[in-house]
Ligand binder design. Structure first.
Ligand SMILES: Nc1ncnc2c1ncn2[C@@H]1O[C@H](COP(=O)(O)OP(=O)(O)OP(=O)(O)O)[C@@H](O)[C@H]1O
Ligand SMILES: [Mg+2]
Length: 419
């Protein structure tokens, strides 16, 4: 049985690179995962979630790792990383096989998952996740674990997430250049869901919306499984750019105003309130009305929620979202986002904060850390696997059988959650 182990989540985002080091205790999976080190550094080499400058990205990752390393006082040699960007494309697929023996074996499950994966894909794309939604044995559906059941025909419905090979490789290359081995790659909104959504929310049908700097990532959960993912190439940085252009101020000044005085609902703002802004390139400071700031931010937020609404309609997801919408990521922090989102999407909506961890909980209780905390949870679950092997419940043994061993670690953790 393993001793306590060091686990690391590394989120290479468009605005920040964040590393979290935790201690997980495989002997005691029930005890809280404890955070012992955090490193955040501005990210300079990404656009819309994808690496566009290798050197700058490596530097940002290196600085973030160093900071976390120093705080934790341990060495870091591997990490679970997140992936996003507009190159991500996901779809639902299914597979069917005839069952060989009297009852369904791990081998049958492996074969049916392979069948579901056998889709025609451009040669420049690879599969990141294959996430089982439900199994059907003969005509009985809604099965989460078919192993040991009797039947003649096994069917599986899966959610497949794919990405551009070159862009995935660029990210992995940047991380590995800093001396860190990439243990596992997880789609960022799946990681955020992990740290923000409850099991009940995933069961009822909840749309997670992660408003980052460069992209807004969607993940829809229903009956405990992932049914849809989508990446929208609009994030918090677009709000900042709009402000900079509309008010003729620098990007830095626009960011400051957005974070400290921003609101997306102009009616929530005192109509006579003003703030002083620094003009560009030495021009005199000016007074601007806060309601004008809100109008600019409101227009962008409205556009973003309208886009989400059109995706819900286009993909016919409306009936699946019984549990409402949870908005997380740094971009969720602009005042008024919850009210405006609820109004446009016409369903309950709340801002999603990550679940508390042991250690530096207060600092991390911020939606901008949802992804990295989810990655840490993924890393910790994987560390727990050897321990689970020693326990005796069928459920846990299933997780360590050959089939899952052959699948990627992130699929393994989703299996753990589902079964
Ligand atoms: N308190 C705040 N109020 C308003 N906006 C905020 C606040 N804190 C952060 N943001 C905004 O959140 C965005 C960054 O969010 P986040 O840190 O989740 O992005 P990221 O992970 O770096 O990017 P991505 O996920 O797109 O790759 C920025 O646009 C930033 O301005
Ligand atoms: Mg992010």
């Amino acid at each position: 049985m393993k001793e306590k182990s060091i686990v690391v989540g590394l989120d290479v985002g468009t605005t920040k690179v964040c590393t979290i080091v935790g201690i997980s205790d495989p002997k005691n999976p029930q005890t809280e995962l404890e955070i012992i080190g955090i490193g955040t550094h501005p990210s300079h080499g990404l656009k819309k979630g994808s690496v566009v400058n290798i050197d700058k990205t490596i530097k940002s990752i290196h600085n973030s790792l160093e900071e976390a390393r120093l705080m934790a006082g341990v060495s870091i040699d591997r990490a679970t990383i997140g992936i996003a960007g507009s190159h991500i494309y996901s779809f639902n697929s299914s597979g069917v096989v005839a069952i060989k023996g009297d009852e369904i074996s791990d081998d049958d499950v492996e074969r049916v998952l392979e069948a579901a994966k056998a889709v025609v894909m451009p040669s420049d794309r690879e599969i990141i996740h294959v996430i089982p939604q439900e199994y059907k044995v003969d005509n009985t559906g809604g099965i989460k674990n078919p192993v040991g059941m009797c039947g003649k025909r096994l069917e599986v419905h899966v959610h497949v997430v794919t990405g551009a090979i070159s862009l995935i490789q660029n990210l992995v290359k940047c991380v590995e250049q800093t001396g860190i081995h990439v243990d596992n790659i997880t789609l960022q909104p799946i990681a955020s869901s992990e740290s923000v959504l409850s099991i009940e929310e995933k069961e009822m049908g909840t749309l997670l919306v992660d408003v980052g700097g460069g992209t807004t990532d969607l993940a829809l959960w229903k009956d405990g499984s992932l049914v849809h993912t989508h990446v929208i190439p609009v994030g918090g940085n677009h709000f900042t750019n709009d402000l900079a252009v509309a008010l003729k101020i620098s990007h830095g000044e626009a960011e400051r105003i957005k974070v400290h005085h921003g609101n997306v609902l102009s009616e929530q703002v005192n109509q006579s309130a003003h703030i002083t802004v620094q003009g560009i390139a030495g021009t005199k400071p000016r007074e601007i009305e806060l309601s004008n700031v809100a109008k600019v931010l409101g227009a962008r937020a409205e556009e973003l929620f309208e886009l989400i609404s059109s995706i819900i309609d286009e993909k016919d997801l409306s009936k699946e979202i019984n549990g409402g919408v949870v908005v997380t990521g740094g971009g969720a922090m602009i005042n008024g986002m919850a009210e405006l989102g609820e109004y446009i999407l016409e369903r309950p909506l709340k801002i999603g904060y990550p679940i508390p961890f042991g250690g530096m909980t207060n600092i991390m209780q911020n939606p901008k850390f949802s992804t990295v905390l989810g990655l840490l949870l993924e890393a910790s679950k994987r560390e727990g696997a050897p321990y689970l092997q020693n326990t005796n419940t069928n459920e846990e043994n299933y997780l360590d059988n050959d089939l899952v061993g052959k699948l990627s670690h992130s699929i393994k953790s989703v299996f753990k959650e589902i079964f």
